[in-house]
Design a protein around this ligand. Structure first.
Ligand SMILES: [Zn+2]
Ligand SMILES: [Zn+2]
Length: 187
C-alpha cells in the first residue's frame, strides 16, 4: 500500500457505494486545490476551491467516476504579463480498477508504466485525474485577450492599452551603433 490519506480532500471513500455493479452515488464537494494544479503561467491557486460534481458507479471491475470539476484560474498573459483571472471546467471520466487482484504484487513505480487508476482499499484518489484534465484544458500560451499585441519592444508599454502607441521614426538597429559613434565626442 502506498497509503492514501482518507482525510485528504481529493481522496474519496467508496465504502458507502459498495461493490454491487450498478450501485451509484452522487457526490458534490468543494475541495481546496492541491499545489501546482495547472501550468506555470496559468493555474488554480493552491487552496482555492475546486468544485466537484461527480457520479460514482460500481461496475464489474471497479468504480467509474464521471462528472465535472470547476475552479478559478490565476495567471499572466504570455505576451504582456497582464494578470489573467479565468475559470476552468473540465469533464472527468475515470475508471478506478479494484486493486484486490494485485495485492501483494509489486505494482512498480507509480504511474510510470501503468496508467491505470486503481482503488486502494475503499479509497480512490481524484487528484491525478483532476490534474491531468485541468492541464489538458488550459491554453498552452494564455493571453489576456485574443491575439494580445504584447509590449512595446522599445519602452515596454502595454500595447493593448495604447492602440496608437508609437515612437515616431524608428532608428534601424543596424544603424544605432553608427549613431552613437557619431555622438561620441572622442571621435
Ligand atoms: Zn496580454
Ligand atoms: Zn513604446
Amino acid at each position: 500500500m502506498t497509503g492514501l490519506d482518507p482525510r485528504a480532500p481529493l481522496v474519496l471513500d467508496t465504502r458507502e457505494l459498495g461493490r454491487r455493479p450498478g450501485s451509484e452515488r452522487h457526490v458534490e464537494l468543494t475541495a481546496p486545490a492541491p499545489a501546482d494544479l495547472g501550468i506555470e503561467v496559468l493555474s488554480v491557486p493552491e487552496g482555492s476551491p475546486v468544485e466537484l460534481d461527480l457520479r460514482l458507479e460500481a461496475v464489474m471491475e471497479g468504480v467509474l467516476v464521471t462528472g465535472t470539476a470547476f475552479a478559478g484560474l490565476e495567471g499572466e498573459c504570455v505576451r504582456c504579463l497582464e494578470p489573467i483571472h479565468d475559470e476552468v471546467e473540465v469533464d472527468i471520466q475515470e475508471l478506478y480498477v479494484y486493486n484486490d487482484s494485485r495485492d501483494g504484487q509489486d505494482t512498480g513505480p507509480e504511474g510510470e508504466d501503468d496508467e491505470t487508476s486503481r482503488t486502494e482499499g475503499d479509497l480512490l484518489d481524484l487528484e491525478p485525474v483532476i490534474r491531468d484534465a485541468v492541464v489538458l484544458a488550459l491554453p498552452f500560451q494564455p493571453m489576456c485577450q485574443d491575439d494580445c499585441p504584447g509590449l512595446c519592444p522599445e519602452c515596454g508599454a502595454r500595447l493593448a492599452d495604447e492602440p496608437g502607441h508609437d515612437h515616431g521614426e524608428k532608428i534601424d538597429p543596424r544603424w544605432a551603433g553608427l549613431a552613437s559613434l557619431k555622438d561620441d565626442p572622442s571621435n
